[in-house]
Design a binder for this molecule. Structure first.
Ligand code: GDD
Length: 336
């Protein structure tokens, strides 16, 4: 595993970025952590990073400043969220091309050794995701291009920008396509939360308030594969150290419907079965999505370890504790 390197993590104040910094620190690296958010809103606190910056990486001068004297760069930053955010903020999402582009230009100028880009399953052709149960998406299914509007186009364009920087300027790049990553220290309310955290929160609140129903976006039959954060970080670091420079799925094999995930969460909570109030006018995204993991198994000899029921249990318990702590205060995990 990577050791004694000077590593810049952009998006260190966010969910995946925060977990990545923790892991890289444990391995004995020197970390520069940057995020657009002011420090008090970062999802995790780090005392032992070498430098903290609260800067907007859409500005190239900021990218130039933070990439000086750095070996590796992990770009985990973009304006994102679950379906409730990305379906309603397409222009905002697309502006993240500036982060990746300006970072790559600065990495070239400052002679960075290797670059990581966090892409997404939203880069896949939406026409291949129209049925509830689909074959897992293979890496080649991103083309011909027809990704999710806004956010998906940003990811696909930025993947390509990475590829061309590697081809034209010899900057080694590694690109992961993440499939709905969930776990503790992520947003669970306020508009940016994804389905696992949102549904844990809804079940927790129903239980606390003695209510017998929860609201569910769509008809609950839509499917996804969800990946627990620890597996995501492990896969990311293994991919980073590999020789493979094309985009690779980082996801699980457990395709479930939203209804099935709610049942798992109800079992964790020990509550009685809640009535589902299906909200068909809410953002739904694609009908069915799952990750084909043949490539990652082949090139990294690695596969996800944490079953959905186990990852959801940890997530549920963490959100429950946060809600109890929070009382009437707005927490950093609920700001939209
Ligand atoms: N967010 C949310 N909140 N989704 C809900 C809820 C709810 O209360 N109830 C049901 N859903 C349904 C959504 O309608 C959608 O069909 C499904 O759960 C999954 O929603 P999200 O988790 O919000 O998003 P996604 O899986 O479509 O996309 C997410 O993962 C991608 C990577 O796989 C997003 O975060 C994307 O930004 C990301 O790229």
């Amino acid at each position: 595993m990577i050791k004694n390197k000077k590593i810049l993590v952009i998006g260190a104040g966010g969910f995946i970025g925060g977990h990545l910094v923790n892991r890289l620190l444990k391995n004995g690296n020197f970390i520069t952590a940057a995020d657009i958010k002011p420090k008090e809103y970062w999802f995790q606190d780090f005392d032992n990073v070498n430098n903290h910056y609260s800067l907007d990486m859409k500005e190239i001068e900021n990218c130039r400043k933070v990439t000086k004297n750095i070996d590796y760069v992990f770009n985990m930053a973009c304006n994102m969220g679950g379906m409730g955010f990305i379906e309603n903020n397409k222009a905002e999402c697309m502006q993240s091309v500036l982060i990746n582009t300006n970072l790559l230009i600065s990495c070239r100028e400052n002679k960075i050794e290797k670059y990581f880009f966090s892409s997404s399953a939203c880069a896949y052709n939406t026409r291949k995701q129209k049925n509830v149960f689909i074959e897992g998406l293979k890496e080649e299914d991103a083309y011909p291009a027809d990704p999710e509007d806004g956010y998906g186009w940003e990811k696909l364009f930025s993947e390509r920008m990475c590829r061309h920087f590697m081809e034209d300027y010899n900057i080694p790049v590694r690109i992961a396509r993440y499939h709905n990553i969930y776990g503790p220290y992520g947003t669970f309310d306020g508009g940016r939360e994804k389905a696992p955290a949102a549904l844990c929160r809804k079940v927790i609140k129903a239980k606390k308030n003695n209510e017998n129903k929860i609201e569910v976006w769509g008809d609950g039959k839509q499917t996804r594969t969800f990946l627990y954060i620890d597996d995501c970080i492990e896969g990311t670091l293994r991919l980073f150290e590999s020789n493979y420079s094309e985009p690779v799925n980082i996801g699980s094999d457990e395709q479930v419907s939203i209804n099935q995930m709610i049942e798992i969460i109800e079992n964790i909570s020990g509550t009685k079965k809640l009535e589902r109030v299906y909200q068909l006018d809410k953002p739904k995204g694609v009908r069915g999505r799952s990750s084909n993991n043949d490539l990652v198994k082949k090139i990294l000899n690695w596969s996800f370890k944490i079953q959905l029921k186990d990852g959801l249990k940890k997530t549920y318990n963490w959100i429950d504790t946060e809600i109890n702590k929070q009382g009437s205060n707005i927490s950093r995990f609920t700001k939209s």
